[in-house]
Design a protein around this ligand. Sequence first.
Ligand code: SF4
Length: 309
Amino acid sequence: MVSRYYPFSRFLRKRFGAPVYKIPLDAGFSCPNRDGTIGRGGCAFCYNPSFGPFADRALPIDKQIAVWASRLRRRHRNAVKFLAYLQNYTNTYGPPAQLERIYDAALAHPDVIGLAIGTRPDCVPDPVLDLIESYAATRHVWLEYGLQSIHNRTLVRINRGHTAEQFMDAVCRTRGRGIFVCAHVILGLPGETPADAVATARALTELRLDGVKIHHLQVLRGTPLAAAYQNGGLEVLAPAEYVRWVCDFLEHLGPRITIHRLVGDVLDGDLLVAPRWRLTKSEMLRRIERELERRGTVQGSALTDRPPD
Ligand code: SF4
């Protein structure tokens, strides 16, 4: 069945002629919103190990890749090509010479076809973009910017430490360098409505992003959001609500933007305070597909001002 949205897996398969599996890596970076450079508390939702619970920062990059490549090959007979995903913390937060050593190590494995680099939009000075552009000349390279919402009032509320304008500036400076650009967003952030989420989708469409990774808001133990939730100051989305939010979002998102994720990974377990949906990720994906089918809509179908091809 062809999906009613544009999954990243389809994009990769078309481009490389085979499935490409992402290998999650932890290169030992820090984050300026935690080390005091921008802030100390971090983002209100952030329990960073939950973003890459499968990476082992104690191992050097080449060992992490070797461990994951053989694990994925045992699990999937078609796992031949890999994308090295620098996921945890801010993976452009360092001098270019240090970044170069890390990126080189990630690309050294013969079956790694490229890089996906997770970072903040305020951590990509031009010399860092110049370095990443040099890899994009010969390899497949994504920059994944944490944005979460296009609304500055929300960014303040969740203590992101950057603005929507800084995100737009980073995207504009990344454009034209052969680097694919993805944004991470969270649906159901404090104070936001479905209309706010739609406005975020429309802004990403106008910016002509290449990819979007969508998470539902999860309240994780030990985070500022957990305290707010336990005090009754925060509500989370029920599964049916999330399905509606994400379908609204997709309908207002440009049809050429690849969808890297539609729902967060941490759906249960000790770390999770709320929401406790007790549903598998595949069940949530099925419900989203079914809702789009019920509505008779697809990704981008609510846009009348689609970007030109
Ligand atoms: S920028 Fe990323 S690593 Fe830093 S506090 Fe926010 S979510 Fe966590």
